[in-house]
Design a protein around this ligand. Structure first.
Ligand code: S3P
Length: 169
């Protein structure tokens, strides 16, 4: 197993491919892969949608910070985060101290194509999910741009192409 010095933290919008690309990067480098959403679900024994519905977004965000802090204290790995994780200054500090952030940048149309048929994302359960995604995108891009490394996605790039770009970066 290759030794990573720091945890590589994948950030970016829903549909950017953080989990798929992060998994492929971990495989390419033979290092462990972890996903903060998955850890939250495991601990709560409920889906993300159920957590939002039953406990509210603030509860989810608090769990997200706890999980990030815990995982960033552990051995270096590839860590995929939920699309809102990097928005919190506390979370960004945790990432800055113990990891290296990689923003998977994708344009709004590509993100929409990827998320439009999925019903698992509570933030997009609105009367106009396309517009909600645009609003989130516009509000979040300035924050994602604080990431240390930016890797551009494109419709014609496969997951392995993207993983190779991340590894190179
Ligand atoms: C969220 C993105 C989701 C999940 C939750 C909130 C967000 O993760 O953490 O629904 O605020 O953008 P993905 O980015 O993996 O969809």
């Amino acid at each position: 197993m290759r030794r990573l010095k720091k945890t590589v933290v994948m950030v970016g919008m829903m549909g950017a491919g953080k989990t798929a690309v992060g998994t492929a990067v971990a495989r390419a480098l033979s290092v462990p892969f972890l996903d903060s959403d998955e850890e939250i679900v495991k601990a709560a024994q409920r889906s993300i949608a159920e957590i939002f519905e039953r406990d509210g977004e603030a509860f989810f965000r608090a769990r997200e910070t706890e999980v990030l802090a815990r995982l960033l204290r552990g051995a270096p790995c590839i860590l995929s985060t939920g699309g809102g994780a990097f928005l919190s200054e506390t979370n960004r500090k945790l990432v800055q101290e113990a990891g290296v952030s990689v923003w998977l940048r994708a344009d709004l149309d590509l993100l929409w194509q990827r998320v439009r048929h999925k019903t698992t994302r509570p933030l997009l359960r609105t009367s106009n999910p396309r517009d909600t995604l645009r609003q989130l995108y516009e509000a979040r891009v300035p924050v994602y741009s604080l990431a240390e490394i930016v890797v551009d996605s494109a419709a014609d790039l496969s997951i392995d192409d993207m993983a190779a770009k991340v590894v190179a970066a």
